[in-house]
Design a binder for this molecule. Structure first.
Ligand code: URA
Length: 246
């Protein structure tokens, strides 16, 4: 795919189109080592190397990221007043259209994926695809197997009936309990609503995995990294997009 030099550079350098045009006309940009002064010339980001002021830029337009979302940030585009997950990534990701795959509530922590691939994003969230998400929850009160059975039966939440979900109780105390819930849909506040319907307020919610990907133990709250080839292949498979299958 070919792309105009000014567009390419403004995506990657996160400068405005007019700033970038000035840089190009001023001889600051080079493609494959050759200075180019025409902002409208087209190049191929897959094969051509782009540099600005002699420094080579990472020209990949397609990016896939995992983040350990910290508590207290919104899953949304940048916001003037409140911190968002996009503030945790370098600006180039937003400029390239790298978007969160679904949302986590502001107080929820754990695995959040981002991708520039709108089709994959859409497929991973599609209600018919049933990609498993696992959450560790600390809830008020003592969880019992009755609640696990209610999760497994598919709970009526008023405006919809949740698909059968798995609840593994890790510890059950009089004050609080710890459990792992596996759900296959991603409706608004779904896990909190399911626990609330069984009489348990969620005190802490942490996403452990999304489809085939698990939050790595060495990725601390607020940290992020790009997906490996293997992780991306597994995610594409979960989205029904194995190579040659589209
Ligand atoms: N379910 C919730 O209730 N909150 C989240 O953040 C994710 C799933």
């Amino acid at each position: 795919m070919k792309i105009r030099l000014d567009r390419w550079l403004s995506s990657l350098a996160a400068g405005s189109r007019s700033q970038v045009c000035k840089w190009i006309r001023g001889g600051q940009a080079a493609v494959n080592g050759r200075v180019i002064r025409d902002p409208a010339l087209s190049f191929d980001p897959e094969t051509d190397r782009l540099s600005l002021n002699g420094k080579e830029l990472d020209g990949r337009l397609v990016r896939h990221v995992m983040m350990h979302k910290p508590a207290g940030v919104l899953t949304a585009a940048r916001d003037r007043k409140q911190p968002t997950v996009m503030d945790g990534l370098p600006p180039v990701y937003e400029a390239l259209g790298c978007m969160p795959v679904g949302r986590l509530d502001r107080d929820t922590t754990g695995l959040l994926l981002f991708t520039t691939d709108g089709e994959m994003n859409h497929r991973l969230l599609s209600p018919g695809r049933h990609v498993d998400k696992r959450y560790q929850a600390r809830v008020a009160g003592r969880l019992t197997e009755e609640t696990a059975a209610a999760f497994a039966a598919g709970m009526d939440l008023g405006d919809f009936t949740a698909l059968p979900a798995k609840l593994e109780i890790l510890s059950a105390g009089a004050e609080t309990s710890l459990a792992v819930a596996t759900v296959r849909e991603g409706k608004f506040h779904q896990v909190k609503r399911m626990f609330a319907a069984a009489g348990h307020e969620v005190l802490e919610l942490h996403r452990i995995s999304f489809g085939p990907l698990t939050l790595p133990p060495d990725l601390r709250a607020g940290e992020w990294r790009e997906l490996t080839e293997e992780e991306l292949a597994a995610l594409r498979a979960a989205a029904g997009m194995e190579r040659g299958h589209e």
